[in-house]
Design a protein around this ligand. Structure first.
Ligand code: 9YT
Length: 131
């Protein structure tokens, strides 16, 4: 069994980019088949992403913003209690009106060292020891 707390996560499990900070609660090395992140999106920012190598589900637990589906132009509000699932590796823009707190699940799991490339994707990395 794995039991962890956000407060107890080591520094290498805190990953930051210009518009967000991600606390990696579960990573590929934990061998769960998915990774689980508690992510803060900074207020007033917009982030364009397209996870072509991953499926991602995102559950908002605090804050207010929106997500735009760049394939259709549709814009959906995001607030506490909203989930979105990028089931088609959808290209999207996430806008944070206030700070957003998001619980994110990635399949396949993120290894932990990925950074977004120019297209907003993470590379497909495999944890040491496989899987
Ligand atoms: C919502 C989203 O995809 N934000 C970018 C960071 C990512 N969720 C992560 O690595 O936690």
């Amino acid at each position: 069994m794995i039991v962890r707390t956000l407060a107890g996560l080591p520094p290498e499990r805190h990953v930051s980019a210009e518009t967000w900070t991600s606390r990696r609660l579960l990573l590929a090395g934990d061998r769960m088949g998915f990774s689980l992140h508690d992510t803060i999106i900074h207020a007033g920012t917009e982030t364009r992403m397209c996870y072509r190598n991953h499926l991602e589900a995102v559950y908002c637990v605090a804050g207010r913003g929106s997500i735009e589906d760049l394939a259709t132009g549709e814009v959906f509000p995001i607030a506490d209690g909203t989930v979105y699932a990028l089931d088609k590796h959808d290209e999207h823009v996430l806008r944070a009106e206030t700070e957003l707190r998001l619980v994110c699940v990635f399949n396949p799991p993120v290894v932990g060292t990925e950074v977004h490339d120019a297209s907003g994707a993470y590379p497909l990395l495999v944890a040491e020891g496989g899987r």
